[in-house]
Design a binder for this molecule. Sequence first.
Ligand code: SF4
Length: 306
Amino acid sequence: MAEAYRDYADFLAEHFDGKVQKISINAGFSCPNRDGTVGRGGCTYCNNQTFNPDYCKPQLSVAEQIEKGKRFFSRKYPSMRYLAYFQAHTNTFAEISRLSALYEEALAQPDVDGLIIGTRPDCMPDELLDYLSRLNENHFVMVEYGAESSCESTLKLINRCHSWNDTVDAVNRTADAGIPVGLHLILGLPEENDDTIMSTIDAVSQLPVDTVKLHQLQVIKGTKLARDLEARLYTVPGYTVDEYIDLCSRIVARLNPSIAIERFTSQSPASLLISPQWGLKNYEFTHKLNSYLKTKGIRQGDLFNR
Ligand code: SF4
């Protein structure tokens, strides 16, 4: 643990020898929270335009997207290895025959050593997990679930259309299948405060989770969240940079030290972002946070409740 916390590089180093880079893929999936399968309209904060870099368009095949991504990254590191990151929408929301064809197309590309599959916790049938478990025997396979919060009233307010129990169930079944699990959490959701956020961190700390991605809530143009806030239907904490650094430092102290923290912030395109307008790149925020943790002598797990 080089920093005050276990980071994503620490996690990857346990699985790979050299440098590994994720390549985002938009395989053209839909989302069960948009097409009426579990809900309509999607999560209130979601605008899928914010998900993908330029090389990643569903008009291109998986192989073409990987090739473009590799060209982008290999300029700097010619010997780089890659993980195909199925990121946009819900990447397990299709028949297994279609899913397996897409996943295996990715794995067949030169220099691709594995898959990371982003999905919802209510969209992982046992049959698919069995298939992924078999794939995991010869390739690195990881599943990332969007959990966002453990607070049921928050999940309702943001229209996630799944429960925290769905997350617990999916994480446990995935870990039991021998597949590494990542969780995505949003900090600063409507009506949440320090207590609700720390309850989520404590709940996550009890699960067999390998990595977490933390993001500040971003209010994106054209979303229901933006309209609801405009109409003053509820409030969000709306952290300043310094408040968010302090929050992240308390999360680091509280989180189970075996869980790697992949990131603390995300950065939506400036043209779509309403707030917060921090004007900081992700790496600049991490640098500030690391200095803060060092100054305060905070290390991951200092306050972990076993
Ligand atoms: S955040 Fe994910 S689950 Fe929610 S609407 Fe967007 S794609 Fe669907």
